[in-house]
Design a protein around this ligand. Structure first.
Ligand SMILES: *[C@@H]1O[C@H](CO)[C@@H](O)[C@H](O)[C@H]1NC(C)=O
Ligand SMILES: *[C@@H]1O[C@H](CO)[C@@H](O)[C@H](O)[C@H]1NC(C)=O
Ligand SMILES: *[C@@H]1O[C@H](CO)[C@@H](O)[C@H](O)[C@H]1NC(C)=O
Ligand SMILES: *[C@@H]1O[C@H](CO)[C@@H](O)[C@H](O)[C@H]1NC(C)=O
Length: 958
């Protein structure tokens, strides 16, 4: 959450900056248009012809909000949005920009104020029109009318965000006096997507502003030549235009006056061209890459960029740029010398190099970029110490150094003059070998008042940093894994009254949390993995996310929890010492999507009021003392994806409706309870199910034949979700992404009878199948070899007979096999993977098996049966059952990287699974569904990281 919110914030900053720059741009162009009076009595009334032209235009539009209601009467110069020339009375300006914008959460008023309909050619009678702004209206599906190319007096022409699509008519090229042309669009709009040529640009010798964001230019490979005919160009916006080529050289540059260049979000895969550094008037350069899956810029930051002494903003984020930043920063810091007349300072204000592959350190010279407002080096490979000179940057507002491997010590000097700093982000990589220490005096009073602080994996403790108390403007506070083993000082909670996101997880904080009042907008409260004790700090607030897991909190869940936390969406109280029953009022938490209470001492039945939790997606209550039958109100949980009731005393039958009421159920774990009866057929209706753990109950009857019908990769894995699954003979905690990938069936230690369903071999993604300790009979399905992802297969202690299918030997990933104590017969297949599983205990207790690794020999035709004279008598107890849980009970990304480092074969297989997963449309949709809740942000973050990681792995292997 912390990181993602950081990404979010920096994007926001970025957008805001772009917005300001473009605003500045716009206003300066507006001044090019002669001032016109729209109000006080002009000398001439508007001409009848022009009045009729405007009325004709209005007539063809729909205008639900009545923006054109003043368009009545004689004098059209007084109509809203119409401007006339003071001397001649001619209509020279038509400003019909929507006063609302959907950008700022004003969708409804924006939508209502949109002009729609047809653009009438009567406009052609406005022969003197110089300024025409139709932006932010809605002409969905319409093409830009060709006749607009005849409004030959136009200087300013703005059709941005008006949902035109199709071709840009080359006729616009006749507007030879044009200075400002804005055709910018946006991702979710229909697009100007049939642009095959930009040759018409040649008609604009005076053009200063050209905006074509999100116009599809993939069919215009020579776009740069087309632009190069615009000698007056000051500002060029070609973001997200699907441009592929960024030529490394250009014979001569015509647009040397260019001041703003935005080529972000395109598909370039080359290095940054040197010629850009000849654009010495550049103030803002944006070459940010694509978010996902497309090509990105490579190579180093050209040394010649140091010449861009007028540059105020440089965005290169989300590319694959490597090398260091020393030469570039050193160079910029010399700018004062080059234009030495009046001691000009380097003008750089914003540097965003985040999400690249940059390495090396931050040079000392950074301290000379005295205008710097924002520095973002988030997510690179940089290392070394952070220079003290950074403390000289007295204008710095935002410092983002997260996800690198810094070491050394940060002292008061590093912050000496940072009086304007509002955002400090130092989220160190989890596996960085380096340690960064923040060592300031206990009574330090920082020069800044931060709004957000993210310090993760930075050593701050052992004492609680008292200076935080001085930060009374804080909105986001995150001190994670900071080695603080202290009590939280008295009054701390009240000293930061504006905090909305609290995170103090993974420290060794102890003591109790006293009552305090949250800010009304507070939404996120994470104290997980500390040694906090006493009653649960569940206080009245509008929090939506509370994570208190892995602490020593004790006592009951407050009886009035439903009243206390009306907005709660996520609650994790796992691994504490909570006792008593789940309170009745929990049913009032109507927005609850996630309830994790695992590993406590809760008892009693689930309260009936829980039927109201109809938005519940995950319910994890394992390892408690809960009892009762599976409540029928679970039927209300239509969106449930995960249900884990393992390790309790739940009893009764597994009802048939379980297969129908929650169609998205992905993980069902009822292990180690007292359930009995048949496993209902309806379970097979759960087409997303990929973890099914019913082990250690008293289920009887046959395994449903249809069990092989599960198909889909499970969707949705959530922050904190973890599940302990017995695999490879040991108990593992699967968390986060691994949980999404694991495909798992454990029905062991029940009273199941009948045969193994043949269909089970359709579950080609299955990684673990455990049917041991039942009364299964019949043969092992011949096609068991179809389960090519299988790592664990345990069929031990059943009554299976017949030969072991040859296909078993083709299971390349099989590393844990147990077929002992059945009635299997004949020769043990060998070859491939089975050769490595040469432990005779795998096969023991099958008196008719022969061949290695058993010492009994095979005889008969094709050596297919056991020789009658041999008799082996191994009698050792089977080694099923639970192993040891891994120490800190969390596999998550750690094991992910562990998995990555395993054998080549495994990686290829793993990539196979993960590859399809990434392409899965459901996932893409999840990604694009937007950042409407915190969980999504985390998942998207994890996903992006993993995709990157996998890409790297794949690349290194090929
Ligand atoms: C937007 O306005 C149009 C026309 O007034 C209307 O048909 C449409 O339903 C509105 N859309 C939304 C999402 O309100
Ligand atoms: C404008 O340009 C188009 C195409 O470039 C051309 O066919 C047309 O004759 C020009 N003149 C007018 C008045 O539209
Ligand atoms: C620069 O612009 C002028 C005027 O439009 C044009 O004649 C010339 O060909 C352009 N140069 C290049 C290299 O395109
Ligand atoms: C810039 O000025 C500093 C001192 O003011 C000097 O040390 C440095 O050499 C100069 N650099 C150049 C390139 O002139």
């Amino acid at each position: 959450m912390v990181i993602s919110s950081h990404i979010f914030m920096s994007t926001l900053h970025h957008l805001i900056l772009i917005f300001f720059i473009s605003l500045l741009g716009t206003s300066s162009y507006l001044q090019l248009i002669k001032p016109v009076s729209c109000t006080k009595g002009p000398i001439f009334k508007c001409s009848e012809v022009e009045r009729a032209a405007l009325l004709g235009f209005k007539y063809n539009l729909t205008d639900p909000s009545g923006r054109l209601s003043s368009w009545v009467g004689e004098d059209c110069c007084n109509w809203l949005g119409v401007g006339c020339d003071n001397n001649t009375g001619n209509v020279v300006k038509l400003d019909l920009r929507n006063p609302f914008s959907y950008f700022d959460d004003q969708y409804q008023p924006y939508n209502k104020s949109c002009l729609r309909g047809k653009i009438s050619s009567s406009l052609l009678d406005l022969k003197h029109l110089r300024y025409f702004d139709l932006s932010l209206n809605n002409f969905t599906g319409a093409n830009i009318p060709k006749f607009l190319g005849s409004l030959e007096n136009l200087r300013y022409f703005n059709l941005s965000f008006s949902m035109f699509s199709g071709v840009i008519p080359p006729h616009l090229g006749n507007l030879s006096r044009l200075q400002y042309l804005d055709l910018n669009s946006e991702a979710s709009y229909p697009a100007l997507n049939q642009v095959e040529s930009l040759e018409w640009l040649v008609g604009f010798p005076s053009l200063k502003y050209l905006g074509m964001d999100f116009v599809n230019l993939e069919k215009v490979p020579d776009w740069l030549h087309a632009i190069n005919v615009l000698p007056s160009l000051r500002e060029l916006h070609l973001a997200n235009c699907r441009l592929v080529s960024l030529p490394s050289s250009i014979s001569s540059i015509n647009f040397t006056l260019l001041s703003v260049l935005d080529l972000s979000g395109n598909d370039f895969s080359t290095s940054i061209p040197q010629w850009l550094s000849h654009l010495t008037n550049l103030r803002s350069l944006n070459l940010g890459g694509n978010n996902f899956g497309r090509n990105n810029l490579i190579g180093k930051i050209p040394n010649s960029f140091a010449n861009l002494c007028n540059l105020q903003a440089l965005y290169l984020s989300r590319n694959n740029i490597n090398g260091g930043i020393t030469e570039f920063v050193d160079g910029l810091s010399q700018c004062s010398n080059s234009s030495s007349e009046d001691g000009n300072l380097p003008s750089m204000q914003e540097i965003d190099l985040s999400q690249n592959q940059l390495n090396g350190t931050i040079p000392e010279s950074i301290g000379k970029l005295s205008m710097l407002v924002s520095l973002n080096l988030y997510d690179n490979q940089m290392s070394g110490t952070i220079p003290e000179s950074i403390g000289k940057l007295s204008r710095l507002v935002s410092l983002g150094l997260s996800m690198n491997s810094w070491d050394g010590v940060l002292t008061e000097a590093h912050f000496l003059n940072l009086t304007r700093l509002k955002s400090l982000s130092l989220y160190m990589k989890v596996y960085a070998k380096a340690t960064l220490v923040l060592d300031v005096k206990h009574d330090w009073v920082p020069p800044f008042k931060l709004r957000e602080i993210y310090l993760t994996n930075v050593q701050i403790g052992p004492m609680f940093p008292a200076w935080i108390k001085t930060q009374n403007e804080l909105e986001s506070l995150s001190l994670i894994n900071a080695d603080i083993s202290d009590t939280i000082p008295h009054g701390f909670w009240k000293s930061c009254p504006n905090v909305i996101d609290w995170s103090l997880s993974q420290n060794k904080l102890h003591g109790q949390v006293p009552y305090f009042q949250f800010h009304p907008s507070a939404r996120y409260f994470d104290l997980s993995s500390n040694n906090l004790e006493g009653p649960l700090p569940l206080f009245h607030s509008n929090l939506s996310w509370i994570d208190l897991r892995n602490n020593l909190f004790s006592g009951p869940i407050p009886k009035n929890i439903g009243k206390l936390l009306p907005k709660l969406n996520f609650l994790d109280l796992s691994s504490n010492s909570i006792t008593g029953e789940i309170p009745h009022s929990i049913g009032m938490l109507k927005e609850l999507g996630t309830l994790f209470l695992r590993n406590n001492s809760l008892s009693g039945k689930l309260p009936h009021s829980m039927r109201n939790l109809s938005l519940l997606e995950e319910l994890l209550l394992p390892q408690n003392h809960l009892e009762g039958e599976l409540p029928s109100f679970f039927k209300n949980y239509r969106g449930l994806t995960t249900l884990d009731l393992g390790g309790n005393k739940f009893s009764g039958k597994l009802p048939a409706w379980i297969g129908e009421s929650s169609p998205h159920l992905t993980r069902l774990r009822l292990r180690s309870n007292l359930f009995h009866g048949n496993i209902p057929q309806q379970l097979c209706l759960l087409s997303n199910l990929h973890v099914l753990d019913l082990a250690h109950n008293n289920f009887s009857g046959a395994i449903p034949q249809c069990l092989g019908n599960y198909s889909d990769v499970g969707s949705g894995v959530y922050a904190n979700e973890q599940m302990s699954l017995v695999s490879k003979g040991r108990e593992y905690i699967y968390a986060d992404l691994l949980l999404l990938l694991v495909h798992f069936i454990d029905l062991s230690s029940n009273n199941l009878s009948g045969e193994i369903p043949v269909n089970i071999t359709n579950l080609v993604d299955l990684m673990s199948l455990n049917l041991s300790m039942n009364h299964l009979t019949g043969r092992i399905p011949k096609k068991i070899g179809n389960l090519h992802m299988l790592e664990t297969l345990d069929l031990s202690v059943n009554e299976l007979y017949g030969p072991i299918p040859e296909s078993l030997s083709s299971l390349t990933f099989l590393s844990h096999l147990n077929l002992s104590f059945n009635k299997l017969s004949g020769k043990i297949p060998n070859g491939y993977q089975l050769q490595t599983l040469n432990d005779s205990s795998i096969y023991e207790g099958n008196s008719l098996l022969c061949g290695p690794p058993l010492s009994t020999k095979c005889c008969g035709p094709r050596l297919s049966t056991k020789c009658s004279e041999d008799e082996t008598k191994p009698r050792v107890t089977p080694n099923g059952g639970n192993g040891v849980a891994n120490e800190n009970g969390r596999a998550s990304i750690e094991s992910f990287s562990f998995y990555i480092s395993m054998t080549a074969g495994f990686i290829v297989g793993f990539w196979g699974v993960c590859g399809t997963l990434i392409i899965k449309t459901s996932w893409r949709q999840a990604y694009f569904r937007g950042f409407d809740n915190l969980k999504d942000k985390i998942i998207v973050f994890v996903m992006v990281k993993i995709v990157r990681l996998l890409r790297k792995v794949k690349w290194e292997r090929s």
